[in-house]
Design a binder for this molecule. Structure first.
Ligand SMILES: Nc1nc2c(ncn2[C@@H]2O[C@H](COP(=O)(O)OP(=O)(O)O)[C@@H](O)[C@H]2O)c(=O)[nH]1
Ligand SMILES: [Mg+2]
Length: 438
């Protein structure tokens, strides 16, 4: 599929830099590139050229590279200009390109063309966008895995199995024999169970990958004066939150983006929870509760291990006993608690490792999960729900055709991830979130 118009955009951030990159894609890219530089362009050759305006005035000097269709990012004829990174030069070059017949690209339009030309699937293109937006080394590394197709391959594998199951069912429909039907049901039940296990594994990894991209939220909570703010500062390596020996010092939620073991996290310090509090502190406690409710991980801080209680919480939780410097080592007896000292830094390295572990994320020395988005997790969940229905149907005497139909639904959900099956608006929804020039 090829577009009949030619688009152009700045692919690098606007501003001052050594070099900027302007991309041109479409049937007129080569002609426009040659007119702009007054040079005959060879394929994949870096020409050093002058760029000219409409009066043959010199705009800049730089490299120009021509990537003929189909071996280009979009699959179309692409010309890349590498002028100097100056916003005025780039603006004039873009103006000149529009005079020569290109139009300014809208957000995600290069990626959309790459998708429509079968260069990359939807999950891979989303991974490129996530790679660009990654806020930590681990997030970037996980996006590279998806960009290279790791996630799509897993999805493809499950799709192949679904097709196999449907084939089994359809083959058995031709026989009315009860024995054959029973055998088929047993075989399909087994295949569906395997499929569900795989779907579960891929969903777990996708959730971790999405958490890496979005950055998980950690909340410090506990009674006043146990040292939450001191721990907050120690984990941020900054003197950000106010620390005093007066209980009830912290009121507002204090937030800081931190990086633990290469993973981007948002750490929140909160007001200490206590019954007797005046109006301002009460509001602080209410805010603390909200932060806890929406956190990915809650760190319950104590300064007295005898006060540790079973803390019910939806999110992952860690129990920390602070002020370990005031205790001797033989007093570190509570099995479920991590003993740390915000004052001396003792135990903080272990605390960081535990945080990464409890969030289900890997530290730098392990392979990160592939990156994923909420859209993917939602599609995986719908696929799994359809398979669960098929499993129930196989157990009961429901006609096999209905199970085949559920498998077909699951197949469509999975195909939405890679974009093989694209309901109305899905492409627009995905690509319009990208930046211009991508
Ligand atoms: N000895 C000791 N004192 C600490 C430690 N952490 C905090 N403190 C002290 O405990 C008091 C309360 O600390 P703060 O961080 O404000 O507690 P918060 O109310 O839980 O935020 C302050 O006087 C801190 O200096 C620690 O690890 N060891
Ligand atoms: Mg505090």
């Amino acid at each position: 599929m090829s577009s009949n118009d030619t688009i152009c955009a700045l692919a690098t951030p606007p501003g001052h830099a050594g070099v900027a990159v302007i991309r041109i894609s479409g049937p007129a890219a080569l002609t426009i590139g040659q007119q702009l530089s007054k040079t005959s362009l060879q394929a994949r050759y870096a020409h050093l050229v002058n760029f000219y305006d409409q009066h043959d005035g010199l705009l800049d000097q730089g490299l120009v590279i021509y990537f003929p269709t189909p071996k280009s990012f979009t699959g179309e004829d692409v010309v890349e200009l590498h002028p100097h990174g100056n916003p005025y030069i780039c603006q004039q070059l873009l103006t000149r390109l529009t005079q020569l017949g290109a139009r300014l690209a809208i957000a995600g339009e290069f990626s959309e063309r790459a998708f429509l030309n079968g260069k990359l699937d939807l999950a891979q293109l989303e991974a490129i966008a996530d790679l660009i937006a990654s806020g930590s080394e681990q997030a970037a590394r996980s996006a590279v895995l998806s960009m290279q197709g790791k996630f799509s391959q897993h999805v493809g594998e499950i799709l192949r199995q679904l097709i196999l199951i449907r084939t089994h069912i359809e083959a058995s429909l031709d026989f009315a024999d009860e024995d054959i039907e029973l055998e088929t049901r047993e075989k399909i039940a087994e295949l569906l169970m395997q499929l569900q296990t795989q779907l579960h594994a891929i969903t777990t990894e996708a959730k971790q990958g999405a958490k890496l991209q979005q950055g998980a939220t950690l909340v410090l909570t506990g009674k006043p004066n146990v040292g939450k703010s001191s721990l907050f500062n120690a984990l941020c390596a900054q003197n950000r939150a106010i620390v005093t020996d007066i209980p009830g010092t912290t009121r507002d939620v204090v937030a800081m983006d931190i990086n633990i073991e290469g993973v981007a996290l948002r750490l929140l310090d909160t007001a200490g929870i206590r019954a007797q509090a005046e109006a301002v502190e009460k509001e602080g406690i209410a805010r603390a509760q909200q932060a806890i409710d929406s956190a990915d991980c809650v760190i319950h801080v104590f300064d007295d291990a005898t006060e540790i209680e079973q803390t019910a919480s939806a999110a992952q939780a860690l129990v920390v006993v602070n002020k370990a410097d005031l205790l001797s080592a033989d007093q570190h007896t509570h099995a479920d608690a991590l003993y740390v000292s915000a004052k001396t830094g003792a135990g903080l390295a272990q605390l960081k490792q535990h945080i990464i572990k409890v969030l289900g994320l890997q530290s730098m020395d392990q392979q990160p999960p592939f990156s994923a988005r909420l859209r993917h997790i939602e599609a995986l969940t719908r696929a799994s729900e359809a398979i669960a229905i098929a499993q129930q149907q196989i157990q009961s005497a429901t006609p096999l055709e209905l199970s085949a139909e559920e498998c077909r639904t699951a197949q469509q959900c999975l195909a939405e991830i890679t974009g093989e099956f694209t309901p109305d608006d899905l492409l627009d929804y995905v690509f319009r979130e990208f930046c211009i020039g991508k």
